[in-house]
Design a protein around this ligand. Structure first.
Ligand SMILES: NC(=O)c1ccc[n+]([C@@H]2O[C@H](COP(=O)([O-])OP(=O)(O)OC[C@H]3O[C@@H](n4cnc5c(N)ncnc54)[C@H](OP(=O)(O)O)[C@@H]3O)[C@@H](O)[C@H]2O)c1
Length: 195
């Protein structure tokens, strides 16, 4: 294990971390922020995009060469609000929706390199992020276990807690997933290495 600390909004810190790490099996893009807003502040929207969208995108780009070498995986911790806005945190919802769409493209582009890209569609989990918001929440430990179970099953979208599980079947068999598969077919397969 090589411990590194970095701010996912800093290109230079991401590059430094990528240079320090020799081998990587799984990149888990977990860093996130959620601020209550009403879409009136451009700055708040930008802050969400910096951490929740450009963070996982830039981390994935920086570590893709190592993951290609290990035939590893990227895990983007997203949210059910990527599928339907929670209007008390609209900027957060938009950033997670954008990150889901980005995850789909990254999945199609990385498939030829043997890298699996997962989206985790978390429901409410009992962490600092939603402290004070009194709704039923799953323990972080069980959500984490659910994520690894979903990876072992090879699920592209992982629904790791009771609230998210309630829509898993509808998502896996739904029109949006069907369209994603259809659109992914437009990505050119990499040229075969001559033998
Ligand atoms: N909790 C939920 O109900 C819930 C639901 C759906 C999705 N999620 C997602 O799950 C993930 C984890 O959230 P959480 O619930 O554990 O939230 P949390 O308790 O607020 O923790 C967020 C973590 O992200 C880190 N972070 C924030 N900005 C960062 C940056 N610029 N660079 C590096 N690290 C940064 C924080 O580090 P510091 O402490 O050092 O700031 C903290 O460790 C997030 O992507 C969140 O959107 C959570």
């Amino acid at each position: 294990m090589t411990p590194v600390t970095l701010d996912v909004t800093s290109a230079s810190q991401i590059q430094r971390a990528a240079a320090e790490i020799d081998a990587l099996d799984i990149l888990i893009n977990n860093a996130g922020i959620a601020i209550y807003d009403d879409l009136s502040s451009f700055e708040v929207i930008e802050q969400h995009f910096a951490v929740n969208f450009f963070g996982p995108l830039n981390m994935s780009r920086a570590f893709l060469p190592l993951l290609t070498r290990s035939k590893g995986a990227i895990v983007n911790n997203l949210s059910l609000v990527a599928l339907a806005a929670l209007p008390i945190i609209p900027a957060y919802s938009i950033s997670k929706a954008a990150a889901l769409n980005m995850t789909q493209s990254l999945r199609a582009i990385s498939a030829g390199q043997g890298v699996m890209v997962h989206a985790v569609m978390l429901g409410p989990i009992d962490t600092d992020m939603n402290r004070g918001f009194e709704i039923p929440k799953a323990p972080p430990e069980s959500a984490a276990a659910g994520i690894f179970d979903g990876m072992e099953r090879g699920e592209e979208e992982i629904f790791p807690d009771p609230v998210s599980q309630s829509i898993a079947e509808a998502w896996h068999t739904g029109a949006a997933k069907g369209l994603e598969r259809q659109f992914a077919g437009f990505v050119k397969a990499p040229a075969k290495t001559p033998v």
